[in-house]
Design a protein around this ligand. Structure first.
Ligand code: LMR
Length: 394
């Protein structure tokens, strides 16, 4: 049977990660995979995570199963972090998942169960794995215009025009903050316009929020997702703790179903439990437990928030320095968007050929669509990157 298998397409982000590892050049620069790195190039374990792990090691007396949707205390803490008081807790069903990708996957499966003919609208561009999973599940994907390559900002008119083609029962996937890969985001007025449009057409929003706290701050980055949760009859929210808690390999995520019909909560909750049981049974607990401990302990939470804020401000500083250096070298403001974008990524808006030239000639690795991970930079590499961008004629 195995002889029938065909090679599967490589994920372009993970393939790039491998290519970087194999490159012998000592001055190579990794702006590929979305993993935060400090100025020393290290992805640190956050202080609060270390402290919570220490406490857990001392206090945990059992590793028996927790529950099919994880510990309700984890859901409660995460719902509060993401949605604040935007929606009544009783209107939300939630399940712990293996990472944000697990939440995305479960959400897509749920869409398939609820409406097998639903189409999922994704931004052009979006995180490539969104499209890959949708294709794998046989769900029709439609792209909507999002990024304007001439301004490196959001093409909002194009987005609205394309979303007008969605019909009742379709789903529109939106990035909660820190859009991946572009770094260009909606403002509150634009979020409201999208909400009004989706409501008018009976279209269900799904939000992927993987970088809360990396853009403008923990609450500021949740503005859009809170508006959607409060302002639409129902929505799906897939959240990740990989980045803002730095627990990538612990696979810690949450899927939420928000409905303004509280009576449906029990059915929704049961559906999430069923989906977990079919796919992997009990979700991983370790990362979720650490997150719960941190969010429910004033001192740990304050320390975590402070470290996250340092990370955020560090990335903003890198953005500004790169924009300044490019302005100095080019004598123009055309790279000013780098300081306006938010989150870990910015799309330079250049061609795959020039991205390849940066890799071949300068050992600078960014994803082929010209997405760069700003956190992969430091004070030493910013001038090198800026000069390489100039040399390549970008
Ligand atoms: C990324 O976009 O680089 C991250 O979300 C990592 C991944 O799994 O692709």
């Amino acid at each position: 049977m195995f002889e029938t298998l065909k090679p599967q397409p490589a994920d372009k982000i993970l393939a790039l990660m491998q290519k970087f590892r194999e490159d012998p050049r000592s001055d190579k620069i990794d702006l590929g995979v979305g993993v935060y790195k400090n100025a020393q190039g290290v992805t640190p374990v956050m202080r609060a995570i270390k402290a919570a792990e220490h406490k857990l090691w001392e206090e945990q007396i059992s590793k028996s199963y927790v529950g099919l949707v994880g510990d309700p205390a984890y859901s409660d803490a995460m719902i509060k972090l993401i949605l604040g008081d935007a929606v009544e807790r009783g209107n939300i069903a939630a399940a712990a998942t293996p990472g944000g990708t697990g939440a995305v996957r479960q959400a897509f499966e749920l869409i398939k169960i609820a409406n097998p003919s639903a189409r999922v609208f994704v931004s052009d561009p979006t995180w490539p794995n969104h499209i890959s999973i949708l294709n794998y599940l046989g769900i029709e994907t439609v792209t909507y215009r999002y990024f304007d390559r001439s301004t490196c900002g959001v093409n909002f008119d194009g987005m609205i025009e394309d979303l007008k083609t969605a019909v009742k029962g379709d789903v529109v996937l939106l990035h909660g903050c820190c859009h991946n890969p572009t770094g260009a985001n909606l403002n509150a007025v634009q979020w409201q316009e999208v909400i009004d449009l989706l409501n008018a057409r009976g279209v269900v929003p799904m939000i992927d929020i993987a970088y809360q706290g990396f853009g403008d701050g923990l609450d500021e980055d949740a503005v859009g997702v809170r508006m959607v949760a409060a302002g639409t009859p129902e929505c799906l929210i897939a959240a990740s703790c990989s980045k803002n808690f730095g627990i990538y390999r612990e696979r810690t995520g949450l899927l939420m179903m928000v409905s303004n019909d509280a009576a449906s909560q029990k059915l929704n909750q049961g559906t999430l439990a069923f989906l977990n049981r079919q796919n992997y049974s009990f979700p991983p607990d370790h990362g979720a437990r650490l997150v719960t401990m941190i969010l429910n302990d004033d001192a740990l939470r304050a320390d975590w928030a402070a470290e996250l804020e340092d990370v955020r401000l560090g990335m903003l500083g890198l953005r500004q320095s790169l924009a300044d250096e490019l302005q100095r070298l080019s004598g123009s403001d055309r790279f000013g968007f780098l300081a306006q974008h938010r989150g870990m990524f910015s799309l330079l808006g250049t061609t795959p050929e020039l991205v390849e030239a940066l890799r071949a000639e300068h050992g600078i690795y960014m994803v082929g669509d010209s997405r760069m991970n700003i956190a992969g930079l430091n004070a030493d590499t910013i001038p090198i990157l800026a000069q390489a961008i100039m040399d390549a004629g970008i």
